[in-house]
Design a protein around this ligand. Structure first.
Ligand code: GLA
Length: 363
């Protein structure tokens, strides 16, 4: 499928290649895992809601990975292959091979698909940059993109319609190509309207991060949700990414989830990982952080499970094994010890914090 865009520039093509090379970095990093524990029941067994995992098509081709994933989870999210950077080509054509493969995997394995993401400040592909400042042409291409992509996956359980709209420090909203061309609130309202027209049954969410560590950012996020609702946007859920670190004080995730729930919209814990390496503290041993990590895993599971059943969208972990985590490719950690932010070790063995999460989710 091709949308109506002008031809790509060479600069755009080079930027795309550089992004792909960066994304591939760090996949083979080795770690010193903590000892795993014995077999546990599958994560999905005790949960009364969908439990999801972020995946890539590369991973799904590995039979051992696929077996572990389908044993433990009931839902998948594309880690990056449903983003604009993957789908929208420089010439305005749309590429659906990987997202189709992920959707087909979900269907073949009786899993639901959670779709991520339609509009993200961090991605402004060349095809849209060439329409910058062109009013109606920009707006038409924007609506067409969302209609095509959300329509193709209209059976998805939900869509992160707008990702990370709030400024890093919580002070206002981010300026981006979308706000510049369509208006600060209007780019979001349009996205929600177009997504709803294309995918009538999907939960449509705003999704953001650091909502538990920065109460001011959470407040801005909630005000934004209220503003969108007032404009009539079909916003029907809130995603809290929950890329948290092991030094997050006890109680912060519970406070955040309960606070978000005050708006009355269902909640998605949408990208959970609990970083050891991002925890700040002098003279704190790795084992102390691991202990804190386990407590946080139990706490977030329990806080989510205690929401009323109609206020839970799903609970998603941002990768299967430690070695699959995006945190392994962050430049801030160029050498061991590698981060161990997920619930299965590099070999796919369950880690102690999985037991804590399972206990929390089963309350
Ligand atoms: C954010 C985005 C995700 C992903 C992660 C890192 O949380 O929402 O799509 O890029 O960062 O993997």
């Amino acid at each position: 499928m091709r949308l109506n865009f002008p031809r790509p520039s060479r600069r755009g093509l080079l930027a795309g290649a550089a992004a792909a090379a960066l994304a591939a970095c760090g996949r083979d990093a080795k770690s010193q895992d903590e000892p795993s524990i014995g077999p546990l029941p599958p994560l999905k067994q005790g949960a009364r809601f969908p439990v999801g995992c972020a995946v890539t098509t590369d991973h799904l081709r590995d039979p051992a990975y696929a077996a572990l994933l389908t044993r433990e989870f009931t839902q998948v999210t594309a880690e990056w292959e449903m983003k604009m950077e993957y789908i929208l080509q420089d010439d305005g054509s749309l590429r659906f091979d990987a997202p189709d493969a992920i959707a087909a995997f979900a269907k073949a394995n009786g899993m639901s698909l959670f779709a991520h993401t339609l509009v993200w400040y961090a991605q402004s592909p060349a095809a849209f940059q060439r329409l910058d400042g062109q009013g109606d042409a920009f707006a038409k291409a924007y609506g067409d993109y969302i209609a095509s992509v959300a329509g193709r996956y209209r059976d998805a359980a939900g869509w992160d319609v707008v990702n990370e709209a709030v400024a890093e420090d919580g002070n206002g909203l981010r300026q981006c190509l979308w706000s510049k061309n369509l208006g600060q609130i209007d780019y979001m309202r349009r996205a929600f309207d177009a997504a709803r027209a294309a995918a009538p049954d999907a939960v449509l969410l705003l999704n953001d991060y650091n909502l538990e560590s920065l109460p001011a950012k959470r407040a801005t996020f909630m005000r934004l949700a209220e503003t969108l609702l007032k404009t009539g946007a079909p916003l029907t859920g809130l995603g809290t990414q929950s890329h948290i670190a092991a030094d997050l004080p006890p109680g912060a995730v519970t406070t955040s989830i309960n606070d978000l729930a005050r708006l009355g919209l269902p909640i998605h814990v949408s990208e959970l990982d609990i970083s050891l390496n991002r925890a700040q503290g002098v003279l704190v041993s790795r084992d102390v952080w691991r202990e804190r990590q386990r407590r946080l895993a139990g706490e977030i599971g329990e806080a989510f499970a205690r929401l009323p059943s109609d206020k839970r969208v799903s609970f998603t972990i941002w990768g299967l094994r430690d070695s699959d985590s995006w945190l392994r490719s962050q430049r801030e950690n160029p050498s061991p010890p590698w981060d161990e932010a997920l619930f299965f070790d590099d070999q796919g063995r369950p880690k102690p914090m999985l037991a804590d999460l399972e206990r929390g989710l089963a309350v």
